[in-house]
Each structure stands twice: as structure tokens, then as C-alpha cells.
Design a protein around this ligand. Structure first.
Ligand SMILES: Cc1cc2nc3c(=O)[nH]c(=O)nc-3n(C[C@H](O)[C@H](O)[C@H](O)COP(=O)(O)O)c2cc1C
Length: 176
């Protein structure tokens, strides 16, 4: 079985998830290609049985390149196994999980795929108090307040990605 893992990322968080997904699939003896959607031009998806497509979320949106990949291949994806994942801040807090699932995964699948995906994964992000990006620094001010309310130490980096969940989600794709 051949799999393609395509990801869109702005700060590298979804890229690391995609790399782990690809690693787990390889360990399960799949023939796997891992590609940043930015590097994709005219990709022929016909050799692949399983396509895992994911993105980080910024202001409610997937990256343009990962979304374009889905849109461009809509017809060809209709007879493939497709799984979608996102890395987003909404996944970090129980209060916002269902909203994130609906906006970043369910809606994206309904609007852009012919058939429902075999799985969707809403994965967390990383809080980095030492991030250099101005955009992240700006967003961190809001996140920090929320974290402080929850009694979480904001001096240290917090990785909200649950790697065991990500690995289990990936292994489960093979049972679909
Ligand atoms: C400028 C900015 C905007 C963001 N907007 C959202 C958002 O609308 N919803 C959300 O759940 N998370 C949002 N986040 C959190 C990101 O989705 C999260 O950091 C994710 O892990 C980024 O993935 P990437 O590093 O692969 O781009 C935002 C982060 C930044 C820096």
C-alpha cells in the first residue's frame, strides 16, 4: 500500500505532526512519501491508496497550498482513502475543541471532498514563550492569559500535541 502525506505549515508545527504520521505509516510497512504542499507542483496522486492531508491553522484558515492541493485533486481523491488533520490552538482547550473540529475539519471536508474522509484529527499546537515571530508573540499574549487562568506555567514551552494520540490515530487509518 502506498501513502502520501501532504502538509501545509507556517511555523513548523503541522510539519512535525506530518513527519510523525509518515514515520508511523512506514513502520507499518507502507511505502510513504512525505511532502510539504509548498513544494508540490503537478502531483500525480494516482499511485497512492491513502492520502493524509494536514495543515496548521491561521485566522481560521488552512495554508493556501494545502487547501489548493485538496481543491485541485477533488475528483481524483474521490476514489482514495483520505484522512485530514489540523494543528491548531482550538485543540488545546476542551472549550474550543468542538468548534475547531467543525470549522477546520468537518466544514473543510464537506466543502472540498466528494466523499467523507476516513478520519479527521484535531491536534494541538505549541506554546513557545521565546518565539521570535511577531505574529506568534502577538497571539501568545492572549494564549498566556488563558493559560494563566488555568494555572499553567507560561514561562516554559508547552507542547499540546499528544504524540501518543497522533500515533494511535495514524495506526487506526490502516483499519479503515
Ligand atoms: C497568527 C496566528 C493565528 C492563529 N489563528 C488560529 C485560529 O484562528 N484558530 C486556531 O485554532 N489556532 C490559531 N492559531 C494557532 C495555530 O493554529 C497553531 O500554532 C498551529 O500549531 C500552527 O501550525 P503551523 O506551525 O504548522 O503553521 C494561530 C496562530 C498564529 C501565530
Amino acid at each position: 500500500m502506498k501513502a502520501l502525506v501532504v502538509y501545509g505549515t507556517r511555523y513548523g508545527t503541522a510539519a512535525e505532526i506530518a513527519a510523525e504520521v509518515a514515520k508511523v505509516l512506514k513502520d507499518e510497512n507502507l511505502d510513504v512519501d512525505l511532502v510539504n504542499a509548498k513544494a508540490l507542483k503537478n502531483c500525480d496522486i494516482s499511485p497512492y491508496d491513502l492520502l493524509v492531508v494536514g495543515s496548521g491553522i491561521k485566522m481560521g484558515k488552512w495554508t493556501k497550498e494545502s487547501m489548493n492541493f485538496i481543491k485541485k485533486n477533488k475528483d481524483n481523491l474521490s476514489n482514495k482513502k483520505v484522512a485530514l488533520f489540523v494543528s491548531c490552538g482550538a485543540a488545546n482547550d476542551e472549550k474550543t475543541i468542538s468548534e475547531g473540529q467543525e470549522k477546520y475539519l468537518d466544514k473543510v471536508a464537506i466543502e472540498n471532498l466528494t466523499n467523507p474522509p476516513i478520519a479527521t484529527g484535531l491536534f494541538g499546537s505549541v506554546y513557545d514563550p521565546n518565539a521570535k515571530s511577531m505574529m506568534i508573540k502577538f497571539v501568545n499574549r492572549f494564549i498566556k492569559k488563558e493559560m494563566e487562568k488555568q494555572g499553567i506555567d507560561t514561562i516554559q514551552r508547552v507542547d499540546y500535541r499528544d504524540w501518543n494520540e497522533i500515533r494511535a490515530w495514524t495506526k487506526n487509518l490502516l483499519r479503515k
